[in-house]
Design a protein around this ligand. Sequence first.
Ligand SMILES: Cc1cc2nc3c(=O)[nH]c(=O)nc-3n(C[C@H](O)[C@H](O)[C@H](O)COP(=O)(O)O)c2cc1C
Length: 191
Amino acid sequence: MRAVVVYESMYGNTHHVANAIATGLGLGLGLDAQVVVVPVNAAIRETIERADLLVVGGPTHVHGMSRESTRQSAIETAHKPESELEIDPDAEGPGIRDWFETIDRFEGRAAAFDTRLDGPTLLTGRASKGIAHQLRKHGAALIADPESFLVTKDNHLEPAEDARARDWGSELARLTTAGVPASAGARSKTR
Ligand SMILES: Cc1cc2nc3c(=O)[nH]c(=O)nc-3n(C[C@H](O)[C@H](O)[C@H](O)COP(=O)(O)O)c2cc1C
C-alpha cells in the first residue's frame, strides 16, 4: 500500500498538517505501507501514478485555492519588517491549482484538505472544495469529505488541529483498507 500526501504551504501550517495526516496514515496502514509527503513543487507525475491513496491539501487564499498573485502577496506580507511569519522552505513555485494542470488522470482513491481561518465557510471559503473538484475531474474516487484544519488570524495552527489531522489520516487509512466505494464523500460539508 502506498499513500502520497501532496501539499502546498506558504507559512508552514499546511505542511505541518500534511505531516500529521501522514503520521495518522502510517499508524492506520501499518508497517508494510509506504507513506510519503511531497511538496507540490516536487510532485512529479511519477510521484502519484502508483499511489493507492492520494491526499492533496493547500492553504485557502481568497476563498479558494491559491493563485500566483495571492502567493506573492503572502510572501510580501512575510517580508514586512513587523512580520514574524516564516516562509515554508518549499513555498516557491507552482501551487496546487497550477499543479492540477500538469498531471494526468488519477483513477485511484483520494481525499482533499485545506487550512483556513476559523469561521463560517460562507465567510472564509475553503480550498479543499476546489481541490476535491479537481481530484474528481482527474478521475479520482474521493473516499472522504473535504476537510479543513484551522489557523488563527496570526497564522498559527489552532491547538487541537494537529491531533485532529492525525486522526483524520488514520480514518483515511481505515476507509482505504475497508474498501469504501468510489464517490463516497463526493459532496462538501461545512467544516
Ligand atoms: C493572500 C492570502 C489570502 C487569504 N485568504 C483567505 C481566505 O479567503 N479565507 C481564509 O479562511 N483564509 C485566508 N487566508 C489565510 C490562509 O488560509 C492561511 O494563511 C493559511 O491557511 C496558512 O497556511 P500555510 O501556513 O500553509 O500557508 C489568506 C492568506 C493569504 C496570504
